[in-house]
Structure formats: C-alpha cells, structure tokens
Design a protein around this ligand. Sequence first.
Ligand SMILES: Cc1ncc(COP(=O)(O)O)c(C=O)c1O
Length: 403
Amino acid sequence: MGEHRRFETRAVHSGERRGGQGENGGFSPISTPIYASTTFSHADIETTDRILGGEQQGYSYARYDNPTVVALEEALASLEDPEGNAGAFAFASGMSAMHAALTAAELGPGATVLAAEQLYGSTATLLLQIFGANGVEVRFVDAYDLGAVEKRVAELRPRAVVIETISNPLLRVADTAGVAEVTRAGGAALVVDNTFGTPCLQRPLELGADLVVHSATKYLSGHGDLTAGVVAAGPPYDGALESIRKLVGGTLGPFEAWLAHRGLKTLPLRMGRQCENARLVSARLASNPKVAKVHHPALKDHPDAEVARRVLSDSGGLVSFELEAGGREAAFAFLNALELCVKAPSLGDIYTLAIHPATSSHRELSPTRRERLGVRENLIRLSCGIEHPEDVISDLEGALEKS
Ligand SMILES: Cc1ncc(COP(=O)(O)O)c(C=O)c1O
C-alpha cells in the first residue's frame, strides 16, 4: 500500500491483494483468504531449498510464515510506521508479543530492566517471574514522572525501559518522547506497550521508541472475539523478533489473523467513536453527585492533561471513576445494576465494558500496593464502545441511582 496514503486508507487496504491482480486465472480475492495450511509446496525442491534458506521470499511452514498472517502484519506495520522502516510481527497473544519484545531487547542474565510501576500486572509478573528467574534485575519507577525516569536510567544503566502509553486503570499518559530521549541517552532500548493508545492516538516509533507492543485482543481487532499480540520494530530488533517467534512458536493462527485484519480496517472509525463516547461519559459522570472522582485524560483536573494534548491525537476510549459510596459492596452493587454495559475484564471492544479493577486486573496485588497505585475498592473502569452515547450514559446513571 502506498505509504503516502492516509491512516484511514491504509487501515482498509494495507496487506490486501498482495499477489497482484488476476493471479488465480483471472480473479483476485479482495480480502486475503484464510490459508489453513501447515506447509506450502513448490514446483521444485530447489525453490523450497531457497525459501528455507532465506534466499528467496516465500512460504514453507506455518510456524514461520503464513500468507493470512503476513497480510495482517503488513497492515499493522503500515499503521505503526508509515515510513516503512519497521516490520510487524503477529503473536498468539499480547503476552507472547511482550515476551518476544523483551527477549529481542536482550534482557538476559546480568541485565537490568527499568519498568513502569503502573504496568499491566501480567507484564510485571512476566518480568519478575520469568526474566527475574533468568538473572535479570527488575526495577520499577513511576513512569509518569519524567524526572524520576531520567534519574533511575542514569543510576541503573538498564538495558531496557518498559512503559505503557496510557496506564491502567487511572489512565496516566506517558511522555513517550521525553522517556525515549532519556532512555536513548542512557543507552537503553525503549519498549512501549501501546495497547490503550493504538496507532490512531500515538505512534511511539515516531517518538523514539525501539519496540512497540500491543495486545491486539483489544482495540486493534476490536470485537472481543480473538486473542492476539503484535510487536512493531525496525533493525536490529526485527531480525531477532522473527527468530524468537520461529523458535518459541507463539505464532498467530490464520483464522485469528484473518479476524484481526478484518477488525483493523475499522480501527479509525471505532476509535473515533470510542474517544467521543469516553469524553461524553466522563463529563456526565463528573457532574453526578454519586461519583466522587472521574479519571480521563480530557478532563482538566487529570494530572497528565497537558502531556496528553502533546503526545496523543485524542484522549482515548477509557474512563475510570470512583463512587461516592466507598467499598467493594457499593462497587459490586453498581456493576450488578448495569443493564447495557457488559461486565467483562477486557477493553477496546465495540461493546462498552465495565470492570472492578481491585478484583480483576489488580487482584494479585496486596491491598497496600493497590492503595499506593490508587486502585481503591470504589474504583470502576469503563471501556467505551461504539453504542449511542446517550444509551450508555442512561445505563450508567440508572445503575448509580439504583445502587
Ligand atoms: C496493556 C496490556 N498489555 C498486554 C496485555 C496482555 O494481552 P493478552 O491478554 O492479549 O495476552 C493486556 C491484557 O489485558 C493489557 O491490558
């Protein structure tokens, strides 16, 4: 796809019709089919030999490459890096993608990694339990305090710094460009989890990041019907990612790749509506007497409102809020009173989803650590969908009234 074309156009066309027109005897599928094939055969064994040896592009074995997966990867690469320097690598889940990105960043014995203390719980556990057990020193920092990141990078000289564009559940916004600068000055690689941001709101590679990770389970595919992950990176990380995927085998299957690619085409449309719904929902919740506090980057009192205006093209589709009535019981009563919003521990879907972070995403943390991160029992997180905003707002107001 011509990289000069705009984001929305690339989202629809990139990766499709890769074989050229009329290859199959006069017709060409406008949507890449699901190539449900484990191996690919060629006219002669010499061709197979060249493909397996990397001298010729082509398909040989599905753990290495599959045309449906490659179509998705081309589309993802064109969205994350319109310049065309980076490749995108699809994985079976966001966690598998994160594991590959951290391995590609050479986190091995003796290395130190500096990670955001607000990281998604499983990423923090992956660092501590898998990389930590392999001799990696894992240190944490408040990633939304640029001065603190700069100081820790200078002190620790880490091999990699790991942050999230927008944090869960308080929706803090990282100064990606600033973090990239101090990370580079310290000689480290910057890994950015852009799951909450998506390339619609920010393209971290353009701001100096080295590796961008997504749980494609969320906004990129957008329909709550698959699990997938992706890493986008240029040299020298792209070669490492390819061989890690080949050897570890966290390859995405062709059916999920096809579904994810289908979902990706409407990402800009969905994200636009989700951001708009989140803005409207957060404004209405902020004026509701049963709500003590609303967290959303577009609100004036958000601690990163200024950073968000600088590094995000819109304020995102998530909203968190604290109920005036404290405690788990009140939070559960509110969630049980919802009739339209779906109670489910994920985000980025076309449906509005509601969760109780203290008992879901942050369940494994001690109450003290939850308190330190501001994840209180009265906190609710909403991932806005694409419904009519007034229907979502009246469901929320109804549940607040009843609970
Ligand atoms: C920010 C973030 N990164 C990574 C992941 C892991 O993704 P997956 O569940 O697709 O493995 C999640 C899952 O919720 C997430 O929220």
